[in-house]
Write a protein that binds this ligand. Structure first.
Ligand code: SME
Length: 166
């Protein structure tokens, strides 16, 4: 395994999220394709924090099976294709409609190990302008405890930027 990248200082991390949100808003402004917005967000988040996140992507609510998530745009190794609501970290966040921060995935009952390198994870719900859940943003790290409240706040703002695109 490669040497772990140094954790970002809280101030630097908050500033990086603020800058990312601004750049993302400007890149996706006027883009009507949700897939284009999600793919762009996955790329920009991963690049902003490279090499800290090894998986960054979206699971989307399947319009044909509204209690199931299906893989959306992502950056990283092969992800599971479908996750039912209530299963794993993604399905838990989707069912609760709130972010779930997991310090150690081995301690999270029902965690779905798409990649055994995953040691910590954060999942943030994505809502549309009417407050309807459209999917979740899932980010994984090889380090235990890689995510904190600064990541949660930053990623919730990033997801809000996605829905407010016209
Ligand atoms: N670990 C997730 C599954 C998705 S992958 O990590 C890409 C979960 O427990 O929901």
């Amino acid at each position: 395994m490669s040497e772990a990248p140094a954790p970002l200082r809280t101030d630097d991390k908050a500033a990086a999220y603020g800058d990312l949100e601004k750049r993302l808003r400007s890149v996706v402004a006027g883009e009507t394709s949700a897939v284009a917005r999600y793919a762009t967000a996955a790329c920009m988040i991963a690049e902003t924090f490279a090499p800290r996140f090894f998986w960054t992507g979206f699971y989307l609510v399947d319009p044909d099976k509204p209690d199931e998530l299906v893989i959306g745009p992502y950056q990283g190794s092969l992800g599971c294709l479908r996750i039912p609501f209530g299963k794993g970290v993604c399905g838990t966040a989707a069912q609760r409609g709130e972010s779930v921060l997991v310090e150690d995935v081995h301690a999270f009952p029902g965690h779905i190990a798409c990649d055994i390198r995953s040691r910590s994870e954060i999942v943030v719900p994505v809502f549309d302008a009417d407050g309807v859940l459209r999917g979740v943003l899932d980010i994984d790290s090889e380090q235990v405890g890689a995510f904190d409240e600064t990541d949660k706040a930053g990623l919730e703002a990033v997801c809000a930027a996605l829905l407010t695109a016209p």
